[in-house]
Write a protein that binds this ligand. Structure first.
Ligand code: ADP
Ligand code: MG
Length: 287
C-alpha cells in the first residue's frame, strides 16, 4: 500500500533515496529556516540498551520478566529493548488484556497479575507511587497489581551523524532547530547538549507535540517554512501539520509515509542536508 506513484524523481532526489511528493515541497524546503526533530529514532538510534534494573520486593529477573511480557506486542523501541534484555522467549499464552497508551506505556494481565510499564506520569495516572528518578537515561517504571515493583533505566545513544547534521543545518542559515520528545527532561537535556540543540521540549504527549508544532508554525516569518522530521512512530499528526513533513527510515510505517511530504529511505540525518542542498540547487535552476 505504499503510494509510490506519488513520488517523483524531482531534482534527481530519488537517486539519493529522497522521495518528494511534489515540487512544492522541494520549493518549501529551499525556503525552510526552522527544523523541528522528534528525538527517539530520529536523532537517536532508538535502540536502547538496559543499563540499570532496580526491583522493589522481587528479583531483577522477575522485574524484567514482568516488563518484557507486558511489552510483548509493542513495537516501541523501549519495548524492543526490554524484550532484548530479558533474553528469553515471552509466553504470550499467559497474556491477556494488553493495552498500549501512546507516550505513556502499556498495561497487561500476565499470569493473572495486573502489570503496568511506563513513565512516571503513567504511574501517577494509575495511582502508583513511583519516585522521580533523575537519570540521563529513560526511566521506565513497573507496577504489579497496583504496587510499585521497581524501575529500569534504558539508555539511548545519538546517531553518529546527528551532531554533524545539526551543525550543517546551522551552517546553512537554519535559524531555529528544535527537539521534541515524550522522554523525561533530564534524558532530553543530555541528548540536546550532545547534539548542540538549545531549544527542546520534553515530557510531551503526542497531542502536546502537535500544539508545540502549531505554536512554531504561528511564529514563522512570512515566506519561510518549518519542517518536522520524525521516524513515524506516533508522529503522523505532526508530520501532517508541518509545512514540510519529513519521515525518516520509516518505509515500514504506512501511516508515516502517507502523512509525510518527503520520505528519506534510510535513517541517516545527513540525508536532510542533502535534501536541502538539492532543493536549493533545483529551485535556483527552475527560477
Ligand atoms: P519520543 O517522543 O521520544 O519519540 P514517545 O512519545 O514514543 O517518545 O514516548 C514517550 C515516553 O512514553 C517514553 O520515553 C516512555 O517513557 C513512555 N512510553 C511510550 N511507549 C512506551 C512503552 N511501550 N513502554 C514503556 N514506556 C513507554
Ligand atoms: Mg517517537
Amino acid at each position: 500500500s505504499i503510494p509510490l506513484s506519488f513520488f517523483g524523481g524531482i531534482g534527481g532526489t530519488s537517486r539519493f533515496g529522497i522521495l518528494v511528493k511534489g515540487s512544492r515541497y522541494l520549493e518549501a524546503l529551499s525556503n525552510s529556516d526552522t527544523f523541528v526533530f522528534d528525538k527517539t529514532g530520529t536523532l537517536t538510534k532508538g535502540s536502547f540498551s538496559v543499563t540499570e534494573i532496580h526491583p522493589v520486593g522481587m528479583s531483577e529477573s522477575e522485574l524484567l520478566a514482568f516488563a518484557a511480557h507486558a511489552e510483548a506486542y509493542s513495537t516501541h523501541p523501549i519495548a524492543v529493548s526490554l524484550r532484548a534484555a530479558y533474553q528469553q522467549p515471552v509466553h504470550t499464552g499467559d497474556l491477556t488484556d494488553i493495552s498500549e497508551y501512546a507516550g505513556h506505556g502499556v498495561t497487561a494481565l500476565y499470569l493473572g497479575r495486573r502489570i503496568a510499564v511506563g513513565n512516571s506520569g503513567f504511574m501517577q495516572e494509575l495511582g502508583v507511587d513511583a519516585g522521580d528518578m533523575n537519570s540521563a537515561g529513560s526511566v521506565i517504571h513497573v507496577a504489579v497489581d497496583g504496587m510499585y515493583a521497581g524501575w529500569i533505566v534504558i539508555a539511548d545513544t545519538v546517531k553518529p551523524t546527528a551532531v554533524r547534521a545539526i551543525a550543517e543545518l546551522k551552517k546553512r542559515g537554519i535559524r531555529r532547530v528544535v527537539m521534541l520528545t515524550g522522554d523525561s527532561p533530564p534524558a532530553a537535556a543530555s541528548i540536546a547538549r550532545e547534539l548542540g540543540i538549545d531549544e527542546y521540549y520534553a515530557g510531551l504527549l503526542p497531542q502536546d507535540k502537535i500544539s508545540v508544532m502549531e505554536r512554531i508554525l504561528a511564529n514563522q516569518r512570512a515566506g519561510s517554512s518549518a519542517a518536522f522530521v520524525g521516524d513515524g512512530i506516533n508522529d503522523a499528526p505532526v508530520l501532517t501539520r508541518a509545512d514540510i513533513g519529513i519521515a525518516m527510515g520509516s518505509l515500514g510505517s504506512d501511516a508515516a509515509i502517507e502523512a509525510a511530504d518527503i520520505v528519506l529511505m534510510d535513517d541517516d540525518p545527513l540525508k536532510i542536508i542533502s535534501a536541502i542542498d538539492i532543493s536549493r540547487r533545483t529551485m535556483h535552476i527552475v527560477v
